[in-house]
Design a binder for this molecule. Structure first.
Ligand code: MSP
Length: 515
C-alpha cells in the first residue's frame, strides 16, 4: 500500500472573487500534491469554500440575494479558478454541505460531552472582516472613534449569550505539543511568534453567536450559531469522513501532513485548531506552514486601492505555467513578496526562454537534423558527461528534501542550476562542430543532453505541468513513465527511439506596442 500524504488549502471566504493570494496558496498545495503523487504517495489534496458567518451574510445582502444563492455563485468562481490553474485537488468542500453540518455538530457534541464547552455571556470586541475576537489592549483608536484590530479591521462591541471553549485549559498542553513537534509550525520565525502568543496567556474562546442566523446551529440550542472558525476548521476532517473515525479516508489521511495557510490565519490553525482537536480526543495535524503575502508593485493589495490582481488575467497575459513558475520562484516561500510586471517578464525571458527553453530547443533541433530524429547513440561517457548526468539524477533527492519543508524556491534554484550547467556543457562540447570532426562523440554529447532534459522535465513537471508534458512528448517519454521511479540511470532514454519534430516551449515575452 502506498504511503498517504494529506494536504489542504484554507477554505476561501466567498465574500470576494478569487485573487492572487488565493491562487498562491492553492498553487503551492498543487505543486506539493503533484510532486508527492509522482513520488509514489497516495495523496489527498483538499480545498473548498468557507461560506458561513457575518461577513458572507453581509456580502450576500449587499448583492441583494439570499446567502445560499450568493455562495453557490462565488464558490463556483473558486472551482473555476482551480480548473483554469490546473489544480489537482481530490475534493472540494463547501461548508454549506450536509456532510459538513453533520461533522460540525458531532464535534460540538463531543466537546460538550467532554466538558470542554460551557454557556456564559460574551462582552467584547469583534471584527467581522477577520471573523475574530480581540482583547481591548490589542486595539488602536481609528478615525470616527472606531476601534481598529492589528490587521486593520474595524471592530464592533458585542454583548450576547455565548458558549465558550475552555481554551485557557490548553495553554500548557499546546506549549508541550509545540515543544515535542518542532516542525509543527513552519517557517521557524512563525513558530516563535505563536509560542510567545500562547505563553502570554490564553483566554476561553467564544464559540457561538446569537445575533445572526447564517451558520450552523448549535445542537440542542438552535438560537446559537457556531463561531465561523470552529465551523471552518472542521472542514479538514469533514472531508475525510468525520464523525466516522473508522472511515477509510479518515483512517488513512488524518492527521494531515500539511495545512497550508497565509500568515494572517496562523493563530486559528496553530492555537485554536489543535486545541479543539485534542479536546475532542483527536490528533492534531502534523504541520501548519504559513506563507507570506503578496504586494502589487510595492503596494498593499486591497479592493479599495483597486490594485487587486486577478490570477486569470495574469495567466491570460503571461501563460499559466509562466505564472505558476513566477509565483513559486520569485519569493522564498514563507516570506512576503512583491508582484512586479518587470520581474515577471524578466523571469519568463531569462529563466524560461533563455535558459531552460533554449537548452531544449538547441538540443532537440540538432538531434532532429543530425540523428535521424531519434534518441542518439551514446558511446562511453567522459567524466564531464557523468558529472552532468549525476547532477541531473541528484535533483530528485535534493528536491524531495526541499519540498518536504515547502522550500519551493530552493527546489527551483537547484533545477535551474542544472539547466545552466547543461547550457555551459553544450557550449563547451560544441556538438555542431563535432558533427564534422567526431560524429560518434556528437551523438554521445546529444544523448547526455537529452537525458538531462528528461530529468529536468520530470522534476519540473509539478510546477509547470503542461509545458513539461510537452517537453517529455518531444523526448517520446511514455505517459506512464512520468514519475519519480524513472528519474535515474536505470530508466534512461533508449537510443533509437523515434522523436517528434521539436517545438519551442517557452517563447520570449514581447510586450505589444502601446496603441
Ligand atoms: N476562510 C478563511 C480560512 C478558513 S480555513 C479553515 C480565510 N479565507 S480567505 O479567503 O480570506 O483567505 C484565504 C487565504 O488567502 C489565506 O491563506 C490568506 O493568507 C491568503 N491571502 C489573502 N490575501 C493574500 C495576499 N495578498 N497574498 C498572499 N496570500 C493572501 O482566511
Amino acid at each position: 500500500m502506498s504511503k498517504p500524504y494529506t494536504i489542504t488549502t484554507p477554505i476561501y471566504y466567498v465574500n470576494d472573487s478569487p485573487h492572487i493570494g488565493h491562487a498562491y496558496t492553492s498553487l503551492a498545495c498543487d505543486v506539493l500534491a503533484r510532486f508527492k503523487r509522482m513520488d509514489g504517495y497516495d495523496v489527498h489534496f483538499l480545498t473548498g469554500t468557507d461560506e458561513h458567518g457575518q461577513k458572507v451574510a453581509k456580502s450576500a445582502e449587499a448583492a441583494g440575494v439570499d446567502p445560499l444563492t450568493f455562495c453557490d455563485r462565488v464558490s463556483q468562481n473558486f472551482r473555476d479558478l482551480g480548473t483554469a490553474m490546473q489544480f489537482t485537488n481530490d475534493d472540494f468542500i463547501r461548508t454549506t454541505e450536509p456532510r459538513h453540518v453533520k461533522a460540525c455538530q458531532a464535534l460540538w457534541a463531543e466537546l460538550i460531552k467532554r466538558g470542554e464547552i460551557y454557556l456564559d455571556k460574551y462582552a467584547g470586541w469583534y471584527a467581522v472582516r477577520d471573523e475574530a475576537f480581540y482583547a481591548a489592549d490589542e486595539l488602536k483608536d481609528g478615525p470616527n472613534g472606531k476601534k481598529i484590530a492589528p490587521s486593520g479591521a474595524e471592530c464592533e462591541w458585542v454583548e450576547e449569550p455565548s458558549y465558550f471553549f475552555k481554551l485557557s485549559a490548553w495553554q500548557d498542553k499546546l506549549l508541550a505539543f509545540y515543544e515535542k513537534n518542532p516542525d509543527f509550525i513552519l517557517p521557524a520565525s512563525r513558530r516563535n511568534e505563536v509560542i510567545s502568543f500562547v505563553k502570554g496567556g490564553l483566554r476561553d474562546l467564544s464559540v457561538s453567536r446569537t445575533t445572526f442566523t447564517w451558520g450552523i446551529c448549535v445542537p440542542g440550542d438552535e438560537k446559537h450559531i457556531m463561531y465561523v472558525w470552529l465551523d471552518a476548521l472542521t472542514n479538514y476532517i469533514t472531508a475525510l469522513g468525520y464523525p466516522d473515525t473508522n472511515a477509510p479516508l479518515y483512517k488513512k489521511h488524518w492527521p494531515a501532513d500539511v495545512h497550508m495557510v497565509g500568515k494572517d490565519i496562523l493563530r486559528f490553525h496553530t492555537v485554536y485548531w489543535p486545541a479543539f482537536l485534542m479536546a475532542a480526543g483527536l490528533e492534531p495535524p502534523k504541520r501548519v506552514f504559513a506563507h507570506g503575502w503578496w504586494t502589487n508593485e510595492g503596494q498593499k493589495i486591497s479592493k479599495s486601492t483597486g490594485n487587486v490582481i486577478n490570477p486569470l488575467e495574469l495567466t491570460a497575459t503571461y501563460g499559466l505555467d509562466q505564472v505558476r513558475y513566477f509565483l513559486l520562484r520569485e519569493v522564498p516561500f514563507g516570506q512576503d513578496g512583491d508582484y512586479a510586471k518587470a520581474a515577471m517578464i524578466q523571469r519568463i525571458n531569462s529563466d524560461l526562454s533563455n535558459n531552460f527553453g533554449n537548452l531544449a530547443q538547441r538540443t532537440l533541433s540538432i538531434i532532429a537534423k543530425n540523428c535521424n530524429a531519434a534518441v542518439p547513440n551514446a558511446g562511453a561517457f567522459t567524466d564531464v558527461d557523468k558529472a552532468l548526468l549525476q547532477r541531473a539524477y541528484n535533483l530528485l533527492p535534493l528536491c524531495r528534501g526541499h519540498l518536504d519543508v515547502q522550500a519551493f524556491n530552493k527546489a527551483l534554484d537547484e533545477i535551474w542550476a542544472v539547466s545552466g550547467e547543461a547550457n555551459r556543457y553544450i557550449d563547451e562540447q560544441v556538438p555542431w562542430t563535432l558533427k564534422k570532426t567526431d560524429p560518434a562523440r556528437m551523438e554521445t554529447v546529444l544523448y547526455v543532453l537529452a537525458e538531462t532534459i528528461r530529468c529536468l522535465a520530470l522534476i519540473t513537471l509539478p510546477f509547470m505541468p503542461s509545458s513539461m508534458h510537452k517537453m517529455l512528448n518531444q523526448l517520446a517519454v511514455p505517459e506512464d513513465k512520468r514519475n519519480y521511479t524513472e528519474l535515474n540511470a536505470q530508466h534512461a532514454l533508449k537510443a533509437g527511439t523515434a522523436l517528434p519534430a521539436p517545438q519551442g516551449i517557452f517563447p520570449r515575452f514581447v510586450e505589444a506596442p502601446a496603441a
